[in-house]
Design a protein around this ligand. Structure first.
Ligand code: GLC
Length: 747
């Protein structure tokens, strides 16, 4: 009997422990912080709790908000960047409200605050997480010095349709690259340990927003749970594991459910499976937009749906502040739900140290902006983000052979447009343009004739430019997109160089001199028709404040290009969406003839019989991972340490990389894997590792990379994530379309 009692007691102890154990936290809950949160919540009125859940865009006069601040009706503000005003907002909260709870001050610091780095798509092209993390850290140093402690970045939306303007803001089409960049930016923004230079990261837009049908912003998405779990969710999970403190819901409805009211993704996955205990904020009025979505009847209805789905803070619908109190009074929403939301909000404020340090030192803040080290890091980022797409040898320019350089094009001296989208706080006076930098790099040799004043300009003749080109030894044409053509709500149905830019290139060609085109854009444009008019093409996704010096260093050869395509470059917009990690299909394209190769009398036999376009085929202009250098690299002796691996094993890869050219260069080595047969069809290949390797001219090096077999797991037919034994193929190459596969098995 005694034994039985002991056994029952032991079982009870285990049961109680299991019930009270909190999910593994991700924001890093500190028992002392949790105690302070509980103590503070116990003193808050329902109205004050709901006030914390209210975020307000606070441009303009503080007096408009003073009363609400004193009554504790605002928990966070965005879009105020004047440190003096931010201090005043905080002072009213801390010194004049009943509980003195400081504000969480937010801003879209997307690719730099004052010092602007390349747009995130350009940062992804570096394939250099450490450099990207350094840039995010610098953004935090500048922004926190002015009182901003929360950024709505990184944007993790996988984008496979360049018609979508926001492809500029993310890390491109690939899940693995996106996840590595997400981790890097979270680390950079928040810092290795939280202190007053930490800015809470906000991973967005949760989830699937980049799959907007037709590439048209805000449009519906139709991603299956399996596609979400295998492609779109992993970067968010990686960022949560990296400690991301906040998350933003997306505008889109996926499979009929707007994310801001989607309990499955916000509770079951985010909180239940991943243990996320940070703050969930809506996108701008995305709660209110559930009414036009047809998912809610009015603001009270959508406020109830959002809070029950797991939203903690409302950005600019005013649904919570207007209706939650009555919803609680009516018993529609439990106060415990409010308490959980407020707990998540206060956790961020405590962990950021806002209660101890709500104010900023305005003078110190000024000194941090545009620091030399920040500009230097921005220049390195712009250098590594540029992709050499074509070069017949004209680059790098040989100063000895060059007497006159014609600089032309609408992006040659466009200090605002060069910064790209979401660069509100980047002051164009600090931008160094290609024209300015080239004049410094090649003193006395540069002649500037714009040709076009801005990218959309339409012009019939270019006599002035052509005449000057005839007198030059080389033409450097800077083309692309004004910043306004890129970013939110700026989807395009035509991806050719806009305006008369292609006509400018054709006119320049007629002058008979070598033409180097540098394209600065927020997306991969369809430039195939321009290639015949270019001896070289350098692609620079809006490179930021220091884009000019970076491009001058690349064009002069002081720096060797190393960027790689983070997204597929299409031959024509009609190929969209196109991405490298597509499924094989039952009729994979196998080089079938294009219309241009078929004789006139083609008869009535059906052509092709595989998955491709008769007119443009099934291959891109430039594949994911592609990028040239001023040197060349070769891969050889690719070996695996076994022919088969257990599901918990590690594939150890060794290979020799050789720099077969005449100058030092950096190659981004890429490892792709294909699961040949699965319980569901699998992509033709997926990136599973990459590394930047620098070799001297003529140097060869045997290198090792590894892929944990666990990274080959996927959500299969049974809805479980696991590695399925069978045949696999592995590539080690310089882009997603090169190399020969090496086979291995998982048993
Ligand atoms: C915008 C964007 C979001 C941004 C927010 C605040 O509509 O969708 O990415 O962070 O509003 O500016």
């Amino acid at each position: 009997m005694k034994y039985t009692r002991t056994l029952i007691f032991a079982l009870l102890v285990i049961l109680v422990a299991a019930c009270t154990e909190r999910k593994a936290t991700t924001v890093g809950s500190d028992p002392e912080v949790e105690k302070r949160i509980g103590e503070l919540i116990s003193r808050m009125t329902l109205s004050e709790k709901i006030g914390q859940m209210n975020q307000v865009s606070a441009g303009g006069d503080i007096s408009n908000y003073a009363d609400a601040l004193r009554r504790g009706q605002i928990g966070s503000i965005l879009n105020e960047v004047d440190p003096v005003k931010i201090n005043e907002f905080q002072r009213i909260c801390v010194e004049e409200s009943r509980l003195g709870i400081p504000l969480l001050v937010a801003r879209d610091v997307i690719h730099g605050f004052h010092t602007i780095f390349p747009i995130p798509l350009g940062l992804a092209a570096t394939f250099d997480p450490e450099l990207v993390s350094e840039g995010a850290r610098i953004a935090s140093l500048e922004a926190t010095a002015q009182g901003i402690r929360w950024t709505f970045s990184p944007m993790l939306d996988i984008a496979r349709d360049p018609r979508w303007g926001r492809i500029a803001e993310g890390s491109g089409e690939d899940t693995w690259l996106d996840a590595r960049m997400a981790e890097a930016m979270v680390r950079g923004y928040q810092g290795e340990t939280l202190d007053t230079t930490s800015m809470a990261a906000c991973i967005k837009h949760f989830v699937g927003y980049g799959a907007a049908e037709g590439g048209r912003d805000y449009n519906s998405t139709f991603l299956t749970e399996r596609q979400l779990r295998n492609v779109y969710l992993p970067p968010f999970e990686a960022a949560v594991k990296a400690g991301a403190m906040t998350l933003m819901t997306s505008f889109n409805d996926n499979d009929g459910v707007p994310s801001t009211g989607n309990t499955f993704i916000l509770k079951d996955i985010l909180r239940g499976e991943w243990g996320f205990d940070g703050l969930v904020v809506t996108d701008w009025n995305s709660m209110g937009e559930m009414i036009p979505h047809g998912f809610g009847t009015d603001r009270k209805d959508v406020a109830e749906k959002a809070v029950k789905a797991g939203v903690d803070m409302d950005m600019m619908t005013f649904g919570f502040i207007s209706h939650l109190e009555e919803l609680v009074a009516a018993g529609s929403v439990k106060e415990s739900v409010i308490d959980e939301a407020v707990r998540n909000i206060l956790r961020i404020k405590f962990l950021l140290g806002l209660f101890e340090h709500p104010y900023v030192d305005v003078e110190r803040g000024e000194a941090v902006q545009y620091a030399e080290a920040h500009l230097e890091a921005a220049r390195r980022s712009a250098e590594e983000s540029a992709i050499l797409l074509r070069n017949d040898g004209i680059l790098p320019l040989d100063p000895g052979r060059i007497r006159t350089i014609l600089v032309t094009g609408p992006m040659a001296d466009a200090p605002h447009d060069q910064l790209g989208t979401w660069s509100f706080d980047g002051q164009k006076a600090h931008t160094v343009t290609p024209l300015q930098a080239l004049r410094e790099r090649f003193p006395g040799k540069v002649v500037y004739v714009p040709g076009l004043a801005y990218s959309r300009e339409k012009r019939e003749r270019f006599d002035d430019v052509v005449a000057t080109a005839r007198r030059a030894d080389v033409v450097l044409a800077f083309l692309g997109e004004e910043a306004i053509l890129s970013g939110e709500a700026h989807s395009l149905a035509d991806l050719n160089l806009i305006g008369s830019q292609s006509a400018l290139l054709a006119a320049l060609r007629s002058a008979g001199k070598p033409v180097v085109a540098t394209v600065m854009a927020g997306r991969p444009l369809t430039i195939e028709r321009d290639l015949p008019n270019c001896n070289a093409v350098l692609y620079s996704f809006h490179p930021g404040t220091m884009g000019g010096p970076a491009l001058a260093n690349l064009i002069s050869g002081d720096v060797n290009p190393s960027g790689k395509c983070p997204v597929t470059f299409l031959r024509t917009v009609g190929q969209a969406p196109m991405y490298y990690s597509h499924n094989m299909t039952g009729r994979p394209y196998n080089g079938e003839k294009l219309l241009s190769e078929i004789e006139a009398e083609a008869g009535q036999t059906s052509l092709g019989n595989t998955s491709y376009y008769l007119d443009y085929g099934a291959c891109p202009l430039f594949p994911f991972g592609y990028g040239l250098s001023y040197t060349t690299f070769s891969y050889s002796d690719i070996r695996l340490d076994s022919q088969s691996y257990p599901v918990d094993g590690t594939v150890n890869i060794s290979f020799k990389l050789s720099n077969t050219g005449d100058r030092e260069g950096t190659e981004v080595v890429q490892v792709y894997v294909r699961d040949v047969v699965g319980s569901v069809t699998r992509p033709v290949k997926e990136l599973k590792a990459f590394e930047r390797v620098t070799l001297k001219a003529g140097e060869s090096r045997t290198l090792q990379l590894k892929v944990a077999v666990a990274e080959l797991a996927f959500w299969g037919l049974d809805g479980v994530k696991k590695v399925e034994p069978g045949d696999f193929q592995l590539w080690v190459a310089g882009d997603s379309a090169s190399g020969e596969p090496v086979a291995f098995k998982v048993k």
